[in-house]
Design a protein around this ligand. Structure first.
Ligand SMILES: Nc1nc2c(c(=O)[nH]1)N[C@H]1C(S)=C(S)[C@@H](COP(=O)(O)O)O[C@H]1N2
Ligand SMILES: [Mo]
Length: 523
């Protein structure tokens, strides 16, 4: 038995021990911290501590798959550490188990410090560490006796069947234990995960949930939708709605036990159940949500008909005290957003708690059962999903999730316009070409969209009939395209007469600006 063989098998032992750790933890998860556990908690912890530039890089490189990329990265790191722990345990006896225990301690720390940790959050990591350590000691001990047996000079003498039999027996013992423990761990771990997902009853409850009929509905005016191929629809289907959040797994919230607490600088803290909210009556609101991470021309923006309740009515019941100027909204997963109190109490602004999105209960990934939506503010300072608490406070005393990470505490949406068609890289045929796209200036409304071809005179685009000042509009311009390459630039003017800012600004710290200018080919 060569040294390389011994190292390979000790590395394999380490990986099997780590698999045992994770499997035992996952099996306990449904009974201790449903939907969470060491993997989810460590991943969430990493998301929270990763520096902003790295996070932006990850989003730029992997887009919607940034969380999958993180999981794969974590998996590779765990595999490496597990292999090292096996080799360590083989060459320097207690150190492999010590490394495994250190990893267990880190997982434990992540689990008990995360928002929403339960009284039993420690259990999966502790049990996993114990089981993993036992397996690691056992496998390495077996590996050692195999090595010792194989090293006995008599073992190599074929005439001594007894000795060579010991070597064979101890090798078999090692392989059998490794295979049985490894396979059991994989089956139990994967099984527990799948079972946990299948029995998470929240998706079934959501299917069953019947929201009350709205007292007032949004009627889409004639001409609200322009007929141009490749143009984004006025109302974004839920399945196509962008998703941005820090949640590694979508939080599951049981609407029956869900509560909203309003506390902080208020005369009387109040608490509402979902039924309390729904009993107040619900109305439809058309609001276009925008992410601060949306680059000029980007698609982190979507428009929905929300079913909701005005936040101002609920705040009024609690009675905000003088001196307060901010509401910190909190999610079940620890995320928080800072919204100016005035934006939530203003009679002229429809800041809502949304329970429905485009005719159905909020989808799980968009905040089921209740989220906040505020017209005119970027999502990160207003649109808290899986909402659970509104704390009336001040900007001086409290800060939200993204504030210490460098993003502005206050962030109104900046007016922007975007070209949907023609597209960069998709040549169009010469002749009449419809140039079209979207423009938004939430709470004020878009008054004009102007288009310039090859940096020539600005031409007025036709606008769709607006749904409201809080939603985007579509625009189009017919153009007599000649063969060759051409630049198209777009800019908007809002209903107050302000022109979209020409100067380019990055998304950090409070949203991008600039006119979109694209180069297209006409054949
Ligand atoms: N709980 C929670 N709510 C959140 C976030 C989050 O990370 N966690 N992200 C915010 C951001 S940055 C945006 S742009 C919107 C996006 O909402 P959507 O995913 O429904 O499009 O949700 C906001 N609400
Ligand atoms: Mo965002």
């Amino acid at each position: 038995m060569t040294r390389i063989t011994r190292w390979i098998w000790s590395a394999v032992s380490g990986v099997v021990a780590a698999a045992t750790f994770l499997a035992v933890a996952e099996v306990l998860v449904p009974f201790t911290t449903p939907g969470r556990g060491p993997i989810v908690d460590v991943g969430g912890f990493v998301i929270d501590v990763v520096p902003r530039p790295l996070k932006e890089l990850a989003i730029a490189a992997f887009g919607e798959y940034d969380k999958l990329a993180l999981l794969i990265g974590l998996g590779i790191a765990v595999l490496g550490a597990a292999a090292i722990s096996g080799i360590l345990q083989y060459v320097r006896r207690p150190f492999g188990v010590a490394l495994l225990a250190l990893a267990g301690a880190l997982a434990l720390l992540a689990s008990v410090t995360r928002a929403g940790a339960s009284a039993l959050s420690w259990a999966p990591s502790v049990a996993g560490t114990l089981a993993g350590s036992v397996v690691l000691m056992l496998l390495i001990a077996r590996l050692r006796s195999w090595k010792d047996a194989a090293a006995q000079p008599v073992a190599r003498i074929p005439e001594n069947p007894a000795a060579s039999k010991t070597a064979k027996v101890s090798r078999r013992a090692f392989f059998r234990t490794t295979a049985v423990v490894g396979a059991t761990a994989v089956l139990a771990g994967v099984g527990a995960r799948l079972l946990g997902a299948a029995t998470s009853s929240v998706s079934a409850i959501r299917e069953e949930l019947r929201l009350p009929a709205p007292r007032t509905t949004i009627s889409v005016p004639n001409g609200a939708e322009l007929d141009v191929d490749g143009l984004t629809p006025l109302i974004t289907p839920n399945a196509d709605f962008y998703r941005v959040d820090t949640a590694l797994v979508v939080p599951t919230v049981d609407p029956a036990s869900w509560r909203l607490v309003i506390d902080g600088m208020v005369d009387r803290p109040v608490e509402f159940s979902l039924d309390d909210l729904l009993a107040r009556g619900v109305d439809e609101y058309a609001i276009t949500l925008t992410c601060v991470s949306n680059e000029v021309g980007g698609d982190l923006v979507g428009n929905a008909i929300w079913l909701g309740i005005p936040v101002r009515d609920l705040l009024a019941e609690a009675g905000p005290r003088a001196g307060a100027d901010m509401v910190l909204s909190r999610s079940v997963d620890g995320y928080s957003a800072s919204t100016p109190l005035a934006s939530l109490t203003d009679d002229g602004l429809d800041a809502i708690l949304a329970v429905g999105m485009n005719g159905e209960p909020l989808p799980a990934e968009h905040g089921f059962p209740v989220r906040m939506v505020v017209p005119g503010l970027y999502g990160y300072v207003s649109a808290t999903k899986w909402l659970t608490r509104l704390t009336v406070t001040t900007f001086a005393d409290d800060e939200a999730y993204w504030t210490p990470r460098g993003y502005s505490a206050k962030a109104p949406i900046k007016m922007s316009s975007r070209i949907d068609t023609p597209r960069i890289g998709s040549p169009v045929a010469a002749g009449t070409v419809a140039i079209a796209g979207m423009a938004w200036a939430q709470t004020v409304g878009v008054a004009q969209v102007e288009v310039s071809i090859d940096d020539g005179a600005w031409q007025q685009a036709t606008l769709s009939a607006p749904l409201s000042d809080d939603t985007w509009v579509q625009w189009k311009l017919e153009w007599d395209a000649t063969p060759g390459t051409h630049y198209i630039t777009v800019r908007a003017v809002d209903a107050d007469g302000n022109r979209q800012v020409e100067e380019r600004a990055p998304i950090y710290p409070d949203g991008s600006t600039g006119w979109q200018r694209i180069l297209i080919t006409v054949t």
